[in-house]
Design a protein around this ligand. Sequence first.
Ligand SMILES: Cc1cc2nc3c(=O)[nH]c(=O)nc-3n(C[C@H](O)[C@H](O)[C@H](O)COP(=O)(O)OP(=O)(O)OC[C@H]3O[C@@H](n4cnc5c(N)ncnc54)[C@H](O)[C@@H]3O)c2cc1C
Length: 232
Amino acid sequence: MPDIAEFGEQATAWLTTVAAPRTDSVWGDGPDTVAVFENWTAEEEQAHTDEIAAYEQAKFDAGWGALNSPVEYGGRDLPLSYVLAFRRVEDTFDVPKRTEMFSVTQQLVAPTIAQWGTEEQRTRFVRAMLRADVIACQLFSETEAGSDLAAVRTRATQAEDGSWTIDGHKVWTSGARVAHYGVALCRTDSTVAKHAGLTMFLIPMDAPGVDVRPIRQMTGGSSFNEVYLDGV
Ligand SMILES: Cc1cc2nc3c(=O)[nH]c(=O)nc-3n(C[C@H](O)[C@H](O)[C@H](O)COP(=O)(O)OP(=O)(O)OC[C@H]3O[C@@H](n4cnc5c(N)ncnc54)[C@H](O)[C@@H]3O)c2cc1C
């Protein structure tokens, strides 16, 4: 395991090659937003997502992304203390400000697939999500299923040939406009208790039948969306 002080110095050396130190900023110049959910147009949201993804990809390729992920997925299998050490250094540089879609993709969805996905899913998605090549959103909440998530009514039905068809309506989906895949909680068996009979699906957000409708916030932006799934 690398010495943590040396690790910090190496991180600083790499960050110096890709970003300016924050101390170069002049107080009062540039954006001062601390918003988690921005008031972006669809084009702005996509442009910011692309900019952050490019930085995340460079970071991953240089060995500074996915620090505590398994080596098989391009990580370094280091303890969380190294992730925090890197972040402390990274915070002193003017790198693109990550949106919640990157923590959703890299810290929630990728580890979930690594833990519970099939081998094919792990091979196909985990590294790609950690590198931010693939962005994922979470299709969980519905109008009648929030805290009581087991009440989801979106249905997935299996045909005789083994294929699945999904019908339903999700709401409050953060970042659905920029996501490549959605992780959807669906009811696959309505004859059992409601906390059973549920299955997670990975849905390509450009599949026919997926309709993303932005929800306009009081502040003007549309960070959240409704997602209609019609014969997907
Ligand atoms: C910033 C943000 C981002 C989000 N992004 C996503 C996303 O990407 N994907 C997604 O699927 N969802 C997303 N959501 C939705 C979120 O998961 C739901 O808002 C959450 O599950 C709560 O559901 P609800 O809003 O329907 O509230 P409800 O479940 O209707 O709860 C309303 C109130 O009732 C209380 N309450 C509920 N049940 C009980 C009970 N049994 N006893 C006592 N009190 C109770 C709750 O504590 C709460 O105060 C997001 C929400 C927020 C705020």
